[in-house]
Each structure stands twice: as structure tokens, then as C-alpha cells.
Design a protein around this ligand. Structure first.
Ligand SMILES: [Zn+2]
Length: 337
């Protein structure tokens, strides 16, 4: 994907193109903004653009360099993140995988330090991308700081974080910060309908449930999210509906999604009670039902439910037994009606 295909990040992309054009793209950058809005995609596209054999200010996506970067096989592009891992030297098979919550340790930064001082193997610029930079340990941050103080010319370091408040201030002060924002929900809904050919119900649900975060919406678009979310709402709120009780609880992430789906449902209930325009509802596909059910919930009930859901999210972070959490929640939500 090239810059021109990336939706909704026109401002940072424009700025980066200016830097490339004026040969000001040097040193270290910090991309901040919510999860799932395209920070890493822009970073990777930037790595392609500055190394592209064809175009001047964007990636062509067809030259050898662009293709290698896309496949994670370029010896001068290094990514430390939770999905791909760190490409060591020109042996892309040597990888250190990191989980989202895993710390970025000093060993990872030492590898970076070794690499950054070598000339590019075949590209024009060496690019180092550190995703979830808030996960740097204190030792790793200190080691990185030394590199950021005097980054070798011809190299580029891009830190990415959705939680910049957790970053060391000294690190932030050494980087040029670029802010990324989610799309407007109506805009994302339009993209999903026109560019990705989703039907109205799905496009609306994804745009509003994902709060304008295009990356998250695109991840969910090929799943059975609409049916799944309705199944979850039914299982937790209806007193009885055959077959609606069987929910997959194999991992904590699933449970987190369940809790967010339920929070969205009761948020809608609240919005409809205070007379917000219908198109602001996340569950617009169940508008009639929301209208029918709203009299069952007093505002106090809804406040209690919001508390219950946010406490459940907290308990989830604290490794509480998932089965117990869900069965308590189901019981509490059903008895609230
Ligand atoms: Zn290219």
C-alpha cells in the first residue's frame, strides 16, 4: 500500500512528504495516536517511499525494494513489534517475536545499535520502527536514548505508541512528534461502503463501534461481527433465547470484545433515552428494539450497568477467572431488567 492509498492520515503524510522533498527526513520520529488508525502502516510506507527505486515521494509497490519491505525481507528495514518481530541483519529468518504486552528489552536495542552503525546493505536509508514503544524497559530506554542523541546520518528511527504518557520523557524530547487521529465516523462509514463495498448495516456498525479507527474496522470487516455482536447482546440481556448462551470464552481478548459490545449496547440505550439522533447509535440495526426496551431501564439502572461493565474490564486486567466473571455479569444484567 502506498501513501495515496492510505485513508484519513492526509496531514501527517503531507508533512512527511515535505520532509522527504526538502531532504529533512532524518533522525527520530514518534508517531502517536489511538490503536488501529494507521500509524504503523504510515511508518512502513515511509520506509518504502524513502527506499523506492521508482517514485520520488511515495512507494511504487512494484520495485524490488518496495516488494522486499512489504514481505518483511529487506535487510535495511527493521521492525520491533508484537506481530512481526525484529529482523536481525540480513537474515530475516532470525526473529524475536514479541507479544503486545511484552517488554522491549535492552537486547533488542543492542541489536538496533549494532545495525544502525553499519552502512545500508542495499537500500538508500536504514529504517528502524519500534511499535508499542511504551513497552521499552528502563534499561532499553536508556540505551535507545544514547542512539537518539546522535543518530547516524542516513538512518531513520520511528517510535510508535498509542500510550505516549507511558513513555520516558527523555525519549519523547529526542523525537519529532507526529499526531495521528481517527477518522470521523461518518467518513469511515462512507469509505467502508464505497471503497470496501460493505452493506449499510455493517459499514455503520463498524464505523461507530470502532470509533473511526479504520485499521480496527478493516480487521473486523471479514468476520461475522454483526451476527456475533447480536448473539452476545442476546446472551447477556435476554432472559431466555434458545442457543444464545453458548459463547466462546477461550481468551481474554474475546471477553474484552464481549464487554465492549455490551457497553456499546447500553450506551445506545442511554443515547436513545436522552433523544440523540438515531444515526449516532452504534447498534442502528436494532434501533426498533432499543426503542421498545428503553422504558425498562431507568437512568440509575444504566449507571449501575456501566459501573458493572467497567469493573468487569478492570477485573479482567487482574486475571480473574473468566467463566466466573461472565456468569456473574450475565446474572447481573438479566436481573437488572
Ligand atoms: Zn518502489
Amino acid at each position: 500500500m502506498s501513501f495515496q492509498d492510505i485513508k484519513g492520515q492526509d496531514k501527517p503524510i503531507q508533512l512527511l512528504k515535505e520532509y522527504i522533498k526538502n531532504s529533512h527526513l532524518e533522525g527520530s520520529y514518534l508517531f502517536v495516536g489511538e490503536e488501529g488508525i494507521g500509524k504503523k502502516l504510515v511508518a512502513k510506507t515511509l520506509a518504502k517511499a524513502v527506499n523506492c527505486e521508482g517514485q520520488a515521494l511515495d512507494s511504487c509497490d512494484t520495485c524490488v525494494s518496495c516488494l522486499k519491505i512489504e514481505k518483511g525481507q529487506h535487510p535495511d528495514i527493521h521492525i520491533i513489534d508484537n506481530l512481526t518481530a525484529f529482523n536481525v541483519s540480513h537474515a530475516p529468518s532470525q526473529k524475536i517475536g514479541l507479544e503486545e504486552s511484552d517488554a522491549i528489552k535492552i537486547e533488542h536495542i543492542r541489536q538496533l545499535q549494532k545495525e544502525i552503525n553499519l552502512k545500508p546493505y542495499e537500500g538508500k536509508k536504514k529504517v528502524f520502527i519500534i511499535d508499542n514503544a511504551q513497552n521499552l524497559t528502563a534499561d532499553a530506554a536508556n540505551a535507545l536514548l544514547k542512539i537518539l542523541e546522535e543518530p547516524p546520518s542516513g538512518s531513520l528511527i520511528i517510535l510508535i505508541s498509542a500510550k505516549p504518557a507511558l513513555l520516558f520523557k527523555t525519549i519523547i524530547s529526542r523525537c519529532k512528534m507526529m499526531k495521528f487521529y481517527p477518522l470521523q465516523r461518518t467518513k469511515l462509514e462512507e469509505f467502508l461502503r464505497k471503497d470496501f463495498h460493505l452493506d449499510n448495516n455493517l459499514a455503520h456498525y463498524l464505523a461507530y463501534f470502532c470509533e473511526g479507527r479504520i485499521g480496527r474496522a478493516l480487521k473486523l470487516k471479514d468476520t461475522d461481527i454483526l451476527r456475533e455482536k447480536n448473539r452476545i447482546i442476546d446472551a447477556f440481556t435476554l432472559v431466555r433465547r434458545p442457543g444464545s448462551d453458548k459463547l466462546s470464552i477461550e481468551n481474554r481478548n474475546n471477553v474484552r470484545v464481549h464487554l465492549n459490545i455490551l457497553a456499546a449496547w447500553f450506551r445506545d440505550m442511554y443515547l436513545i433515552k436522552i433523544g440523540t439522533p438515531y444515526r449516532e447509535l452504534i447498534n442502528l440495526d436494532r434501533k426498533e428494539e432499543l426503542l421498545r426496551l428503553m422504558s425498562r431501564y431507568a437512568f440509575m439502572d444504566l449507571y449501575e450497568i456501566f459501573n458493572l461493565l467497567s469493573n468487569s474490564l478492570l477485573y479482567l486486567e487482574r486475571n480473574i477467572n473468566i467463566k466466573l466473571l461472565l456468569s456473574n455479569l450475565r446474572w447481573s444484567l438479566k436481573s437488572a431488567v
